[in-house]
Design a protein around this ligand. Sequence first.
Ligand SMILES: Nc1ncnc2c1ncn2[C@@H]1O[C@H](COP(=O)(O)OP(=O)(O)OP(=O)(O)O)[C@@H](O)[C@H]1O
Ligand SMILES: [Mg+2]
Length: 221
Amino acid sequence: MISFSHVYKTFRGEVHALRDVSFTIPKGDFVFLTGHSGAGKTTLFNLLAGFDRATSGHVMVANYNLADLRDDMVPYFRRKVGVVFQDFKLLNNRTVQENIALPLEIAGASSIMIHEKSNQMLSSLGIADKANNYPDELSGGEKQRVAIGRALIAQPDVIIADEPTGNLDPHLSREVMNVFLKFNALGTTVFIATHDQNLVKDMQKRVVRLSKGELADEASA
Ligand SMILES: Nc1ncnc2c1ncn2[C@@H]1O[C@H](COP(=O)(O)OP(=O)(O)OP(=O)(O)O)[C@@H](O)[C@H]1O
Ligand SMILES: [Mg+2]
């Protein structure tokens, strides 16, 4: 479950990136976050992922109240939330397969399990042939898919993905959405920020819309 209650985020006392934002996403839902560039989508995701704290208001994710999250609890919280960053944040000294496998390694999975699951993920994302390449040898769309694979592989309670199809063509976007849907069917709550109105229309899911830092109309596409 994700819940924002009267959340404000102000940068350096001037920029009101989020203003009185309240909404709830029940466990297991699949929701899009839309809004123009600068509307506050990445800011909202940074709060959700525990990378930044709200100026005021409450953010709850997977039973953690992020305002009170102690520093020593942060690693536990992070395992519950898979994050696809707008700028990927891949590790350049690890291969594609090693990047994707990282959350399983951290969780202490066996090497057989790591091998099996990462191979499966590589094929569902159509990048099996790049398993042994390094991130700087990939196209933008390939990097994007590695970031998605890494965020999903440990089957987090919640996945937040910031523009996960920004570098993909419509066909690949659809394939990637199918991977999100598959994990959603297993119980992962999915929250995806996107500018792609066609994708939102296609998917027929709930939409949370931000406009200049405020929650705008909310409707199913
Ligand atoms: N660290 C920061 N310091 C100051 N202002 C910031 C900071 N981060 C974001 N902002 C401002 O907050 C507002 C919201 O930014 P945010 O990155 O959340 O937008 P966005 O909806 O993700 O946009 P895009 O679609 O372009 O990714 C913008 O006006 C931005 O300039
Ligand atoms: Mg953004």
